[in-house]
Design a protein around this ligand. Structure first.
Ligand code: PRT
Ligand code: ZN
Length: 233
């Protein structure tokens, strides 16, 4: 089923991966459309072929995007910087896309007497971002017991599993709901466009990629009067 679906994808076309169904999906689709790209998008789709540019948009889980781009399975990807910082893939950050803003932060229970990270020596810290967390505490020279979970990090202090958590924060509502407060920010994040190793690309694809990136930069610089005709090769 999947194979026959992907058979329709044209080999010479550029491939760009975006999140299939999540926080970045709507903004990524709007961004591509605002750059003049015309394509269908609905939940069941695995990929869409653009009508007016040799580009296939591939829908995948956000965590897989650095792998797909790094291995050359796709040429470009839209993903949160947080995913790139956490993974060890060799990808190039091309442009910041101005959506998907959040920050990876350290939070403790409201009633905790912990006010600064130095007090987290030998503490239990639960996170879905173990690499970023370990790196941060190593840099600060604080030894802590970092425990990795795949989700619902905010509940772990109430369960007695954690003295502190490290998680993404956007509005701060989830932390407030769980009676937690931020004591330190590890980094800020937003959605970015990433690419793989250019030397693996054909000349044709390199030209297409430059054209597309130029277009994206125009959108980001506020030029909303992009004509669709100009996009057609
Ligand atoms: O299924 P798939 O693996 O593709 O998706 P996912 O569930 O892993 O990711 P998803 O859709 O939740 O997030 C995709 C990307 O959106 C992240 O990798 C970030 O780059 C970005 N992003 C922006 C966020 C948030 N804001 C965010 N608030 N990702 C997650 N959150 C979560 C956070 O983990 C916490 O649970 O939202 C909660 C906090 O939000 P506030 O607003 O209450 O502070
Ligand atoms: Zn994910």
């Amino acid at each position: 089923m999947v194979k026959s679906y992907f058979k329709n994808m044209k080999n010479g076309n550029l491939k760009l991966a975006i999140q299939k169904d999540g926080r970045l999906t709507e903004d990524a689709v709007s961004f591509l459309r605002s750059a003049g790209l015309q394509f269908e998008n609905y939940k069941q789709k695995l990929f869409s072929s653009c009508r007016n540019f040799p580009l296939e948009i591939v829908y995948v889980r956000d965590d897989d995007i650095p792998d797909y781009v790094g291995s050359g399975a796709v040429d470009l990807g839209v993903v949160g910087q947080n995913i790139i910082y956490e993974s060890n893939n060799c990808v190039t950050n091309i442009i910041e896309l101005n959506f998907g803003f959040c920050s990876l932060s350290i939070a403790v229970p409201e009633e905790s007497n912990i006010k600064k990270i130095e007090q987290l020596k030998n503490a239990k810290i639960v996170t879905s971002y173990p690499n970023s967390t370990k790196e941060y505490f190593k840099k600060k020279n604080i030894s802590a017991n970092i425990i990795s979970v795949s989700g619902s990090v905010e509940i772990t202090p109430a369960l007695g599993m954690a003295d502190a958590i490290v998680d993404l924060v956007a509005t701060g509502r989830t932390l407030a709901l769980n009676n937690l407060r931020v004591i330190e920010k590890i980094y800020d994040s937003q959605a970015i466009l990433i690419a793989g190793n250019k030397t693996n690309l054909s000349d044709k694809k390199q030209i297409l990629m430059q054209k597309l990136i130029k277009r994206f930069k125009k959108v980001l610089s506020g030029n909303s009067l992009l004509s669709v005709e100009k996009l057609i090769l």
